[in-house]
Ligand binder design. Structure first.
Ligand SMILES: Cc1cc2nc3c(=O)[nH]c(=O)nc-3n(C[C@H](O)[C@H](O)[C@H](O)COP(=O)(O)OP(=O)(O)OC[C@H]3O[C@@H](n4cnc5c(N)ncnc54)[C@H](O)[C@@H]3O)c2cc1C
Length: 227
């Protein structure tokens, strides 16, 4: 276990009780007088990732989770249907960035990604169903059961989504430019700030240009229209 993960676990152990922990019982286990560099309220995946990065940066971190189990909406639990362990809510890792997987060495810590094939099953009340997955031929024959036109259009739709993802990937993976107005900042810091902002907006513009006008119009349609 890496020192950062150990530090995080230690902080976690101090802050969490097992079973149904309430905030009050968890806080009663905190060492008295201990000062933390950072306190993260909520051990969902965003809180855990933030805490892990802080711990990696050498900060002492406390994660306070009111439930007896970490993970928030992305947790897998077995008490819902006895004998089965599954994700209660969030089950797709679509937004878990590859950089986080690498930085936090999640695979070494036991993360195993299971490909979904088929990926979705949608039953209809009349007995028909739609089964979709990574197999293009299966998708074609399945969608054709409902609409040949939609089946023909589906590969173009997926191709377009892939293009939009490239744009979104850049936005998601970049730190947003800060709205800083620090009049006391040094000349060097202000210059650095300008360079960072120029790099961000320049890169974003490059990605937008790569999409082309037609795709950008359709991208905003997708964002702003009802699904
Ligand atoms: C039904 C459903 C399906 C979803 N499917 C997907 C999916 O497939 N893929 C995907 O990427 N996203 C999905 N999402 C969205 C995803 O679950 C959330 O974006 C994600 O869980 C947010 O993580 P989080 O850490 O910010 O918050 P949460 O996961 O909500 O975690 C918050 C944590 O904070 C704790 N907490 C709250 N208040 C306090 C307090 N006062 N003191 C102590 N602890 C506190 C909670 O107990 C919880 O553990 C889905 C969401 C839902 C509801």
């Amino acid at each position: 276990m890496s020192p950062a993960a150990r530090r995080l676990l230690l902080a976690r152990r101090r802050c969490l009780s097992t079973g149904a922990a309430s905030s009050a019982s968890a806080s009663s286990q905190l060492p008295r007088g201990k000062r933390w560099d950072a306190v993260v309220i909520g051990g969902g995946h965003n809180g855990l990732v933030a805490a892990a990065y802080l711990a990696r940066a050498g900060r002492s971190v406390a994660v306070l989770e009111r439930r007896g189990v970490l993970g928030g909406a992305a947790v897998s639990e077995s008490d819902l249907v006895p004998g089965f362990r599954f994700s209660r809510c969030s089950y797709l890792l679509s937004l878990l960035r590859p950089a986080i997987l690498r930085d936090l060495e999640l695979e070494r810590h036991g993360l195993k990604l299971l490909p979904r094939s088929p990926s979705s099953f949608t039953p209809c009340l009349d007995g028909r169903y739609l089964l979709l997955g990574p197999d293009a031929e299966l998708n074609y024959s399945e969608i054709s059961k409902f609409s040949k036109k939609d089946a023909d259009a589906y590969p173009r739709y997926e191709e377009q989504l892939e293009k939009f993802c490239k744009l979104m990937d850049f936005v998601i993976d970049s730190a947003p430019p800060e709205l800083r107005q620090d009049f006391h900042a040094s000349m060097v810091d202000r210059m650095k700030d300008r360079v960072d902002k120029s790099a961000f907006w320049g890169n974003l513009l490059r990605h937008v240009m790569q999409q082309g006008q037609k795709n950008m119009v359709e991208f905003f349609d997708l964002l702003l229209s009802p699904a």
